[in-house]
Design a protein around this ligand. Sequence first.
Ligand code: S3P
Length: 432
Amino acid sequence: MADLVLRSSRGLRGTVTPPGDKSLSHRAVMFAALAEGKTLIEGFLTGEDTRNTARAMQSLGISVEGAETGRLVVHGKGLDGLSEPAGVLDLGNSGTGMRLLAGLLAGQDFFSILTGDRYLVKRPMARVVDPLRQMGAVIDGRSGGKYAPLAIRGGGGNLRPLEYASPVASAQVKSALLLCGLYADGATSVTEPHKSRDHTERMLRFFGVDIQEKGLRVSVQGRQKLRAAGTLQVPSDISSAAFFMVAAVIVPGSDILIKNVGVNPTRTGVIDILKQMGANITLDDPREQAGEPVADIRVRSGALRAVRIEGEVIPRAIDEIPILSVAAAYAAGTTVIKDAAELRVKESDRIAAMATELRKMGAPVKELPDGMEITGAESLAGAVCESHGDHRIAMSLAVAGLAARGETVVRDTEWVETSFPGFERMLKQVAY
Ligand code: S3P
């Protein structure tokens, strides 16, 4: 088990380019496989989650080269080019890999089984299984399909399009249904309570698919072909950049530039919240890559004040709530986080995990059923903390440790590899 040891930093300075966006990398390799012809994916995340997805696409008969290098060549075989896998597809720790693939496989006319690690098999799957069954797929799984492993007999030519009102704002649910909808005759629509990340919509368009959006409703007409996209460049992951943003804000004397970050408005809740807290953040050189907005982000240290984090911003910042809770622990006043019950079913129960670990460092934290109340302090005390088997908890605590007095040890940090290979090296490159 790997430990990460952090000492009080005197400031972060320099330039970093975090690894490729995880959400986009999963989608890129899946969609390129469905396209007709070759797609080159540059900046593909070489973390374990996305490599598992690349491996799954290989098991489905697609030639994928270079997943270890970040420069992937995918030889797509068209919408009907996947073939029945010989073995079980193991998505490791990745909810995105499993839920999106469940949607894709529900559309095929063959049988497949999806499984994952001990954390993933505890995460809720009914949110995709139920609507996919309504579309005509036959799916079984543990507890009647509530949990993986999932066995999927795809609906093939007999799929029905679906008009679905999702009870949760979830890009994974929306994407699974749109992918299955590509195989149905007619239009499949998903309406969400708040807008979740729209990478699937943007990337399907990049591959030439017509996607209709009206308010919170997204629709796709089935049987549309995906055109090979030539080269698809994946920007740096704003969720990985967020650790550097918060580190630079809370460690006095910091001034860093984070390069080439995806700043899709459905993902930039972390920037909006930090700015509201008083952080000094600017976006330079805005541009577009593969249908996604990209910018360089400059962050300088400064005092923070408490805020309320709730409502529509929650899905736009869902993966950044752990690191935002660290920012809150260094802000003046009490920050209230609400409407974030989804955090309890992520890679770990992120509300319980952050509350437990921040308390060890001396921060007063009250757990709410759907969030937290965190009262900030001038500084926290170094402590021995646990990752709870969750990459984002591990990295959030490492950042908390950089601004704490004395030494912080984060235990069990090998999970960081799922989304951010090289995190420790990159952090230590810029933290003095
Ligand atoms: C993701 C969607 C989000 C997010 C996850 C990645 C995606 O989950 O938390 O890390 O790539 O679609 P939900 O869609 O379940 O909210």
